[in-house]
Design a protein around this ligand. Structure first.
Ligand SMILES: NC(=O)c1ccc[n+]([C@@H]2O[C@H](COP(=O)([O-])OP(=O)(O)OC[C@H]3O[C@@H](n4cnc5c(N)ncnc54)[C@H](OP(=O)(O)O)[C@@H]3O)[C@@H](O)[C@H]2O)c1
Length: 335
């Protein structure tokens, strides 16, 4: 069968997507971004991955988040992205913000993980080849590495920007004190840190009090939240057990024993509040993060076009009443 040529929806910027500047920068990101950690590797059907990517772009989602080792297997999410870039999205490259990262384990030996200059440069070169790109928009140091002087990591990021292989740089998973050192180093070398990417959702709120969100805001760095749906917990995915093929059924990154009766009962209570707002639980969980204007974007995952489209509708109602917030807090305290 011949797959028809893709032409992006002409109304993609009239569907209500909201764009926010990433910190003190001129770069606007969609408040809902699409991440490719799961569901886009070489074990996932290419046609499904392609449909999700194109449906996102057709809905005004311009930001796609990757990392060197997303898959499984490692590297394969970037390869999938490269294939769809080549077959469909190439004409739209200037409308897209593509990020990748290096920091966690990628290949064997001492130069295949961490945050050394050697690893970051080699990894980015490999990522560009897999994604069939000349440059990425954002390159992240994926984690703080206590075995590498932070000056080495940051200078590598500065040099990557100077080389033209990335337009902007960011950090991810850095503790607040090291993040501050990173922001300072980059700023002193005329390359501002664009974003801090961190784990944040209704059930995991450390970034509110550990200095990461406030520290980023103070330094004009945007905050972008990953796993905003707690890997699927903050949706109706587990209301009737653990479906075959779901993240929890794989029992790796999301443990099946985390889906207890108590958790599901509390999720159903949250879902009632969502319903009274005219939202699904997933939409309310995303809106709850986006109510904070200092959060640039949420990076969602999706294993179907239906999930993606459900999530994108969160942009239509990002405000909460005080009563809703206190009712939500009272349920969250029971988890
Ligand atoms: N910087 C870092 O260290 C780091 C770490 C983790 C993630 N990230 C980034 O964050 C992105 C998102 O992470 P994540 O995939 O864990 O995010 P998530 O949005 O919290 O979870 C996504 C999963 O939730 C389920 N889901 C999503 N929408 C749904 C809906 N409307 N209804 C029912 N179920 C729904 C799906 O699970 P099923 O697969 O079961 O259908 C989906 O795979 C990653 O792709 C990556 O880009 C970064």
């Amino acid at each position: 069968m011949i797959t028809p040529l893709y032409a992006a929806d002409e109304n993609r910027y009239q569907k209500g997507m909201v764009y926010r500047n990433a910190g003190y920068s001129g770069l606007k990101l969609p408040v809902v971004s699409l991440g490719m950690w799961h569901n886009f590797g070489d074990t996932a059907p290419l046609e499904r991955s392609r449909s999700i990517l194109l449906s996102a772009f057709d809905s005004g989602v311009t930001h796609f988040d990757l990392a060197n080792n997303y898959g499984p297997s490692y590297g394969s999410a970037e390869s999938t992205f490269g294939q769809v870039m080549a077959s469909d999205l190439r004409p739209y490259r200037d409308e897209m913000i593509i990020s990748t990262k290096a920091g966690f384990d990628m290949w064997p030996g001492p130069y295949g993980e961490g945050s050394s200059r050697k690893y970051l440069n080699a990894s980015l070169d490999q990522s560009l080849k897999r994604m069939k790109l000349d440059y990425v928009d954002i390159f992240y140091s994926h984690r703080y590495d206590p075995e590498t002087p932070i000056e080495e990591t940051m200078q590598a990021l500065v040099d990557i920007v100077r080389s033209g292989k990335a337009l902007y740089v960011g950090i991810s998973n850095y503790p607040a004190d090291k993040a501050y050192e990173a922001y300072k180093y980059l700023q002193d070398h005329d390359v501002r840190c664009l974003l801090h990417q961190g784990k944040y959702n209704m059930l995991f709120r450390d970034a509110e009090w550990n200095g990461v969100q406030n520290g980023a805001a103070d330094m004009g760095v945007g905050y972008i939240a990953f796993t905003p749906l707690a890997q699927g917990l903050l949706t109706n995915r587990y209301f009737n057990g653990i479906p075959e093929g779901s993240r929890a059924s794989l029992n790796h990154f999301l443990k099946s024993d985390s889906i207890t009766e108590n958790v599901v009962a509390n999720l159903k209570e949250l879902d009632k509040i969502a319903g009274s707002r005219g939202q699904s639980l997933a939409q309310m969980a995303l809106s709850w993060i986006l109510k904070n204007p200092r959060v640039t974007s949420v990076i969602i995952g999706a294993s179907s076009v239906a999930q993606l489209q459900d999530n994108i509708q969160a942009v239509h109602k990002m405000g909460f009443s005080d009563e809703e917030l206190s009712a939500i807090d009272s349920i969250l305290s029971r988890f």
